[in-house]
Design a protein around this ligand. Structure first.
Ligand code: C2E
Ligand code: MG
Ligand code: MG
Length: 554
């Protein structure tokens, strides 16, 4: 748009100078005509064109007076038409600018709308819902009114999809969206978070009763059966509710709490769970680490990412997400210090859910900017025992809409190789979703590599303690070589962890490691810095020193 305005301004200047030029030429012709006419009149009257004769001609001939006015008339006309032209062009610019601005605004609005709306149901999407919730929180200001969020999920939507097919499943979702909109009326805002999960926002609440009423209206709206094709379906929902000020100070925290409550309602088999009630119950029953729970709710957790590169080409192949806790008093706390605590306090699934959601969002972001990288996610031993894990991951994949083959789940060796039938079952179910399975910290357990054949495994990550010992003795090298060869023979990808210098990187590459991870490539960084690190890594052709130099200079 600025280019077009610049062009218009240049055109106006051109028009103005053309009008001026015509006026000057007219003036010159008029002056010449006056001189010639005066000379002719003088010659005819006095017989010469001397100064006195010219003066006498001018004084005696009224026709010449008329001619004398002409140069002034031309000068005036030139200036006048230039001013008129400029004014006309000015309003033309204004009109054009307005038109262009309106067109630009329309395009921007369409763009925002397109990315913020859910194509299937026409409802707001997650991002827009968060924006609207944040607005509601901010406009509420210091008033005593509360803002509530209700998250609802269809019961057994997977069964419906499986029995009736995806297009009928879509029809069901559209019908549900319509009914939710009706139930919400003008007082609440409805969004589709993804998959079969919806959210409703209600502002101006004075107590939780308002949310209970909304949940009841939603429940009633689902009572009438839905007819799809020749099938009659009865739908039911599970709902989770959260409300300011206790359940979160910002939109993200509020929605997070409502989703946690919804998961809780599912586990409890109740139609509706309030986050505050769930929290009180868990605190009594489980000796919960309140601090860690608060960390999950109040966004004190951060996702770091560490790149993994191909050993030969040093091209970035994937990133591993690593959890950090930014404690308001104690500063950064590493996962080693709190994962075990979360496992003991029963909070681990909330944590796993948080990590999975953020990691999938990172994978989606990478996909969006055209980076085809895998994202590796650590799954704790305890989470692997939870039969809900595959469902949770399936829901998140559907919600965030990510290709499952882009995800790698890292399971530590001892857990993966344990004889527990439940763990084996969970691994098989996870692999069935299309995600890759990796055995983390390989070599720390006592399993036989060949026993990996029993599991649907794609990758092993050789523990950094073995990588560190690579130059310690010949026996270590032999062991490492044997492990790598065996892994390769089983068709597995081999990743060397804890690569701290080029010497180790070279040695692992020679021994046949496919991928490298470690401080030599990059230290874990906040996931928001990943894209700029990747730019630098590519710019310097995969030389970490150059990329680090650059990093330090920034
Ligand atoms: P891991 O999965 O084996 O992750 C690699 C760890 O090695 C990370 O430590 C990383 O910072 C560190 N590391 C990477 N390169 C080097 C290197 O060159 N030298 C050395 N000395 N260390 C290196 P971090 O982030 O402290 O994580 C420790 C462990 O905590 C992880 O080991 C993983 O088992 C667990 N963990 C991390 N994030 C999560 C998570 O989101 N969920 C679960 N369940 N566990 C996590
Ligand atoms: Mg790991
Ligand atoms: Mg590891």
């Amino acid at each position: 748009m600025p280019d077009q305005i610049g062009l218009l301004a240049t055109n106006i200047a051109l028009l103005r100078s053309r009008a001026n030029r015509f006026a000057y030429v007219g003036m010159a012709i008029a002056v010449a005509a006056v001189l010639v006419a005066t000379a002719i009149t003088a010659y005819m009257a006095e017989g010469n064109i001397g100064f006195a004769a010219l003066l006498a001609a001018q004084a005696s001939s009224p026709a010449l007076w008329l001619l004398d006015i002409l140069p002034f008339a031309y000068a005036f006309w030139g200036q006048y038409s230039a001013v008129l032209l400029a004014r006309e062009a000015g309003s033309l610019i204004e009109r054009e600018t307005e038109d262009l601005r309106a067109r630009q605004e329309l395009l921007e609005a369409k763009n925002i709308q397109h990315s913020a709306m859910d194509d299937l149901t026409g409802l707001a999407g997650r991002a827009l819902f968060l924006d609207v919730t944040q607005d509601a929180l901010e406009t509420r200001g210091r008033s005593a009114d509360r803002v509530g969020v209700l998250v609802v999920d269809l019961r057994d939507f997977k069964g419906i999809n499986a029995a009736l097919g995806l297009s009928n499943g879509d029809r069901v979702l559209r019908a549900v969206a319509r009914r939710l909109r009706e139930a919400a009326g003008d007082s609440a805002r409805v969004a589709r978070l993804g998959g079969d999960r919806f959210a409703l926002l209600q502002a101006g609440l004075t107590s939780r009763d308002g949310l209970v009423l909304l949940a009841k209206r939603v429940e009633r709206a689902m009572e009438a059966p839905i007819i799809v094709g020749n099938q009659t379906l009865s739908l039911s929902l599970t709902a989770g509710a959260a409300m300011t000020p206790d359940d979160g100070r910002d939109a993200e925290a509020l929605l997070n709490c409502a989703e946690l409550a919804m998961d809780d309602a599912k586990q409890q088999g109740t139609p509706l769970s309030f986050y505050a009630a769930m929290r009180a119950r868990k605190a009594v029953s489980g000796g919960v680490s309140d601090e860690l729970r608060a960390a999950i709710e109040q966004n004190q957790l951060t996702l770091y990412a560490q790149p993994i590169v191909e050993a030969e080409s040093r091209q970035i192949r994937s990133v591993e997400t690593l959890l950090r806790w930014e404690h308001p008093q104690r500063g950064m706390i590493m996962p080693g210090e709190f994962i075990a605590r979360a496992e003991r306090s029963g909070l681990i699934m909330d944590l796993t859910r948080w990590v999975l959601r953020r990691s999938l969002q990172l994978a989606k972001e990478l996909q969006r900017v055209g980076q085809s990288l895998d994202v590796s996610i650590n799954i704790s031993a305890r989470s692997m025992l939870d039969p809900h894990l595959p469902d949770m991951l399936r829901d998140l994949i559907a919600e965030i809409q990510i290709h499952p083959e882009r995800l790698i789940l890292e399971i530590v060796e001892d857990t993966a190789m344990s004889d527990r039938v439940s763990t084996q079952h969970v691994i098989t179910q996870l692999a069935g979703l299309g995600v890759q399975i990796s055995i983390d910290d390989f070599g720390t357990g006592y399993s036989q590599l060949a026993s990996l054949q029993r599991l649907p495994v794609n990758e092993i990550k050789i523990d950094r303690s073995f990588v560190a010992d690579l130059f310690a003795s010949e026996a270590d090298v032999t062991l490492m070589e044997a492990t790598i060869n065996m892994g390769r023979a089983l068709g597995l990808r081999i990743v060397g962890e804890g690569v701290e210098d080029e010497q180790h990187a070279q040695r692992l590459t020679e021994l046949g490691c496919h991928c490298l991870q470690g401080f030599h490539v990059a230290r874990p960084m906040p996931s928001s810095e990943l894209l700029s690190w990747m730019e630098r890594w590519k710019l310097y052709g995969g030389a970490s020193d150059a990329a680090d130099e650059e990093l330090r200079a920034v």
